[in-house]
Ligand binder design. Structure first.
Ligand SMILES: C[S@@+](CC[C@H](N)C(=O)[O-])C[C@H]1O[C@@H](n2cnc3c(N)ncnc32)[C@H](O)[C@@H]1O
Length: 320
């Protein structure tokens, strides 16, 4: 199965890294079939017909199941028709008007009904170089706008935007049912996204006010989780599938250790005691940090520029 991902231009490599991490989390084999020069179009050859996972993606703008690779619109219309012949209605979406109109007319001539406003199936065409990918669009119903932190009953300025929170969860290569821990959970931004993706969540924060706020936010979304007051350094060992956390930046949030380096080092040394072998840990830190922990292999490191005094560093580790 060929799947096309139209990637967000917000970051040069995180959108593709997220797609691959989700596939790995879902244990799906894949190979790269095509990538355009600007890294905005990615086509993967995925071993199975399972594509529900695209719903989870945060930095993919559109996704589609490739029905035709032909630049010959007559041939493309036949291949697309084979896939959507039972559709109640359809619309062709393409940035190139000529393709949009001609393919639309060819499909209509085969008996399909055009509905540009509310089509049953959307045919999404992408021209990349001399290639034309004609895809059946797959739904991405993430609705981040309705979940912006200010719409929650409990808000704190340190919370992450749900899009970033979801990205971090996805980088941890988890799947529904897995247990995810955020030992610095604050208002629950990361745990909410994880819970909505069907994960079991555990969250702790040393600040009781944050914990009760996090519980209120959880109820607001109809989620369940194990959330409690606790100092990350004093938690008992446990075995979770993944840790995803936005650590304190030493600014407005309450911190138990004012020396950031020693705080991060102590946590990195404690973290393997929470993670199963092979489990992933995704941490956000506000600056570079030399991590040298025996049981954690550093796989990736990304920078997300926020404003001139904050660039978030995302570290992805694997428990070895
Ligand atoms: C950057 S904020 C996390 C924000 C969170 N991701 C959210 O969506 O609201 C860091 C949190 O770490 C908590 N914290 C600081 N020191 C801690 C410690 N030793 N153990 C547990 N939590 C701690 C702070 O109270 C704060 O809520």
């Amino acid at each position: 199965m060929l799947l096309l991902f139209s990637l967000s231009g917000e970051h040069p490599c995180l959108p593709e890294a997220e797609v691959k991490a989700v596939l790995e989390g879902e244990c799906l084999e894949y190979s790269v079939f095509f990538r355009d020069e600007k890294k905005r179009i990615l086509v993967l050859d995925v071993e199975s017909g399972h594509h529900v996972f695209v719903n989870r993606l945060s930095l993919t703008r559109k996704a589609g199941l490739v029905a035709s690779l032909s630049s010959d619109l007559e041939q493309a219309s036949g291949e697309v028709f084979d896939v959507i012949r039972d559709a109640v209605s359809f619309a062709v979406r393409c940035s190139e008007k000529d393709i949009r109109v001609e393919l639309g007319q060819l499909l209509a001539r085969k008996g399909l009904v055009v509905d540009l406003n509310n089509p049953d199936k959307e045919v999404y065409c992408v021209k990349a170089g001399n290639r034309l990918f004609s895809c059946i669009r797959l739904a991405l119903d993430r609705d981040f706008r309705s979940r912006v932190p200010k719409k929650r009953p409990f808000f704190h300025p340190t919370t992450l935007h749900p899009k970033t929170a979801r990205l971090l969860v996805n980088l941890a290569r988890v799947k529904a049912g897995d247990i995810l821990l955020d030992p610095f959970c604050g208002t629950g931004g990361i745990l909410i996204e994880a819970g909505l993706m069907g994960l079991q969540v555990r969250g702790f924060d040393v600040d009781g006010g944050m914990v009760s706020g996090c519980v209120r936010n959880f109820r607001f979304y109809g989620l369940k989780g194990e959330i409690g007051e606790g100092n990350a350094f004093e938690l008992d060992d446990m075995e979770v599938d993944a840790i995803v956390s936005d650590l304190p930046y030493g600014r407005s949030s309450y911190m138990t250790d004012r020396n950031l380096d020693s705080f991060y080092r102590r946590f990195m040394n404690k973290a393997p005691g929470f993670l199963k072998d092979g489990g992933y840990m995704v941490c956000v830190l506000p600056r570079d940090f030399d991590v040298d922990v025996e049981d954690l292999a550093l796989l990736d490191r990304f920078e997300i520029y926020i404003h001139k005094s904050l660039t978030r560093r995302v570290y992805v580790f694997r428990r070895i």
